[in-house]
Design a binder for this molecule. Structure first.
Ligand SMILES: [Ca+2]
Ligand SMILES: [Ca+2]
Length: 193
């Protein structure tokens, strides 16, 4: 992890390095709001699980999460993880779950809510056939791509090894869960088990 000069308008105090934070599991929901069509927290909402590969906690405030379709250049959006109400620090060797929920009104398995970043004309969602990219201090920290995922489906990085920014580039290292609950905030099961 490399330190960077603090941005004068409130950027991150410390920048995560490439591969420090890894996308390890996602739950897709193609609706504009959450899966219920409202912001009330529930187990049905979209989320993205991140893993900290380093030996230090990292404050993710200032990290951008970019979502874009791999087939439709117009289908793209992004949101910034902002310091404030919700948890933005990801523990060493631990997880942080970003959920499509309102700040301060989160289900138990979500640490940070991004529902508030949704505008009617620009829904934040995991597009079907999507690239998810994390960037911080102008550097891409991790990217993962999946080709297709049905609504309310879980996509989990194989839990046989610790999440890794290169390992998660390979689609065959991911698998769909047997249920639509997944393991947000916890290690993933081994694919095929
Ligand atoms: Ca990657
Ligand atoms: Ca998990």
């Amino acid at each position: 992890m490399g330190a960077c000069v603090r941005d004068p308008v409130g950027g991150p105090s410390v920048c995560a390095g490439v591969g420090d934070i890894v996308i390890s599991e996602i739950r897709k929901d193609s609706d504009k709001g959450d899966a219920d069509g409202n912001p009330t927290p529930s187990a049905n909402d979209e989320w993205i699980e991140l893993y900290n590969t380093t030996a230090s906690a990292i404050d993710l405030a200032g990290m951008n999460v970019n979502l874009r379709s791999t087939t439709d250049a117009e289908a793209r959006t992004s949101f910034l993880i902002a310091a404030g109400v919700d948890t933005t620090s990801i523990p060493a060797g631990g997880y942080l779950v970003l959920g499509k929920n309102q700040h301060g009104d989160l289900p138990a398995h979500v640490d940070y809510g991004f529902y508030d970043m949704i505008r009617d004309d620009s829904p934040v969602t995991l597009y079907s056939g999507s690239q998810v990219e994390l960037s911080m201090c102008g550097e891409v920290i991790d990217t993962m791509i999946y080709r297709s995922l049905g609504n309310a489906e879980i996509w989990s990085l194989d839990g046989a090894a610790a999440p890794d920014a290169t390992f998660n580039d390979v689609e065959t290292n991911w698998c769909s869960g047997a249920d639509d609950v997944g393991t947000p905030g916890e290690g993933n099961p081994t694919c095929g088990s």
